[in-house]
Write a protein that binds this ligand. Structure first.
Ligand SMILES: NC(=O)C1=CN([C@@H]2O[C@H](COP(=O)(O)OP(=O)(O)OC[C@H]3O[C@@H](n4cnc5c(N)ncnc54)[C@H](O)[C@@H]3O)[C@@H](O)[C@H]2O)C=CC1
Ligand SMILES: O=C([O-])CC(=O)C(=O)O
Length: 328
C-alpha cells in the first residue's frame, strides 16, 4: 500500500535555494522514493515574488513527479504551515559582499519570530524544522523561543553545508574518497568561527588526523577555508551559495527523517548542556539519527585547542542571542 503524503513547507520558495531544493524534495531525494509529499510554499506577499512562485510551481507541475501529491502557494505563514510535518525555513535576506552573516540579524530576526509563532499555532506537533536562512543558528533559536508549545528539540539549524565542505577539503588534502570519511563534525555557529573537527575522523577505520599529520595546515588552511567558504563563493559568483546549500538541506532532513545508519552527521541543535554548552543554545554538534530522532554524540575528548575554538564560537552565539533578547 502506498504511504500517506506528508506535508513539507518551504519558505523563500521562489529564491535561489528554493529553486535548487524543491525539485529534489518532489523527486523523493529528501524523504525517500516511496514517500509522497505535499509542498506548502511560502513567499512574501509581493506581486513579483508571488509571480515568480507561480512560475516555479508551473515547472514543478511540468516535471510530473509521481511523488508530488499537491502544491500550494501561500503568502501567510499561518496558512503555509498548517499541519506541516516538515518546515524548511529558507526565506530570508542573503548577505552580499563585505557582510558577515550576523549583519543579517536585525533584518531577519522578525521573520523568524513571526514564523515561530505560526508554527506554534498551526503546524503538526511533531514538525521537524530546519532553519537555513542566516544567521541560521540564531534564527533557529528565535523560532524555537517563539514556539513554546512545540518541543524545542524539533528546531534545528543547518551546519551540514559546513560539514560537507570540511569533508571535501579533507578528501582533497588526504587523497581520500569523500564518501569514505566518517566521524567528522563541525561545532558551533554557522559562521567563520565554526570549528570543523577531524580529530575523530576515519577512512577505512584509520585516523584521518594521523594520515594528514599537519596541525599548521589544520589551523592556517583548513579551518579558514571551511569557515570562509561562503564568502569565497559570494566573491566568485556574486551571489551566495545555493545549489550546495539546497543539497545540504536535503542531506540534513533526509538523515533526520530516515536515519544516519550509525554514522555521525552535523546538525545545529539546541544544547541540553552537552560539552558545557549552555542549555538552549542552538549549536553544531556531532549527532547520530534513528527513528526520526537525533542524538548528540557524547563523551568525546576536547583538547585545549578544540576548547579554545569551541569557546570562541560559543561566545559569538551568545552575543547574537543577547542581541535578539528584546524580540523574545
Ligand atoms: N545555513 C546555510 O548554510 C546557508 C544559508 N543561506 C541563507 O539562506 C537564505 C536564502 O538564500 P537565497 O535563497 O540565496 O536567497 P534569495 O534572496 O535568492 O531568496 C530568498 C527568498 O526568500 C523570500 N523571503 C524573504 N522573506 C521571506 C519571508 N518572510 N517569508 C517567506 N519568504 C521570504 C524572498 O522573497 C526570496 O524569494 C539567506 O539568508 C542565505 O544567507 C545560504 C546558503 C547557506
Ligand atoms: O555565506 C553566506 O552568506 C551563505 C552561507 O551561509 C554559506 O554559503 O555558507
Amino acid at each position: 500500500m502506498s504511504k500517506k503524503p506528508v506535508r513539507v513547507a518551504v519558505t523563500g520558495a521562489a529564491g535561489q535555494i528554493g529553486y535548487a531544493l524543491l525539485f529534489r524534495i518532489a523527486s523523493g531525494e529528501m524523504l525517500g522514493k516511496d514517500q509522497p509529499v505535499i509542498l506548502q510554499l511560502l513567499e512574501i506577499p509581493d506581486e513579483k515574488a508571488q509571480n515568480a512562485l507561480k512560475g516555479v510551481i508551473m515547472e514543478l507541475e511540468d516535471c510530473a513527479f509521481p511523488l508530488l501529491a499537491g502544491i500550494e502557494a501561500h503568502s501567510d505563514p499561518m496558512t503555509a504551515f498548517k499541519d506541516t510535518d516538515y518546515a524548511l525555513l529558507v526565506g530570508a535576506r542573503p548577505r552580499g559582499p563585505g557582510m558577515e552573516r550576523a549583519d543579517l540579524l536585525a533584518a531577519n530576526a522578525q521573520i523568524f519570530t513571526a514564523q515561530g509563532k505560526a508554527l506554534n499555532a498551526v503546524a503538526s506537533r511533531n514538525v521537524k524544522v530546519l532553519v537555513v536562512g542566516n544567521p541560521a543558528n540564531t534564527n533557529a533559536y528565535i523560532a524555537m523561543k517563539s514556539a513554546p508549545d512545540l518541543p524545542a528539540k524539533n528546531f534545528t539549524a543547518m551546519l551540514r553545508l559546513d560539514h560537507n565542505r570540511a569533508a571535501s577539503q579533507l578528501a582533497a588534502k588526504g587523497g581520500f574518497k569523500v564518501g569514505d570519511i566518517k566521524k567528522l563534525t563541525v561545532w558551533g555557529n554557522h559562521s567563520p568561527t565554526m570549528y570543523a573537527d577531524y580529530r575523530f575522523a576515519t577512512v577505512d577505520g584509520k585516523s584521518v588526523k594521523d594520515a594528514i599529520n599537519d596541525q599548521a595546515w589544520n589551523k592556517d588552511v583548513f579551518l579558514p577555508t571551511v569557515g570562509k567558504r561562503g564568502a569565497a563563493i559570494i566573491a566568485a559568483r556574486g551571489l551566495s551559495s545555493a545549489a550546495s546549500a539546497a543539497n545540504a538541506a536535503i542531506d540534513h532532513m533526509r538523515d533526520w527523517a530516515l536515519g544516519s545508519k550509525g554514522e555521525w552527521v552535523t546538525m545545529g541543535v539546541p544544547s541540553n548542556g552537552e560539552y558545557g554548552i549552555p542549555a538552549g543554545i542552538v549549536f553544531g554538534f556531532p549527532v547520530t539519527t534513528e527513528n526520526g530522532e537525533y542524538k548528540i554524540v557524547e563523551g568525546l575528548a576536547i583538547d585545549a585547542f578544540s576548547q579554545e575554538c569551541i569557546d570562541k564560537t560559543l561566545a559569538e552565539l551568545q552575543g547574537e542571542q543577547d542581541g535578539v533578547k528584546h524580540l523574545l
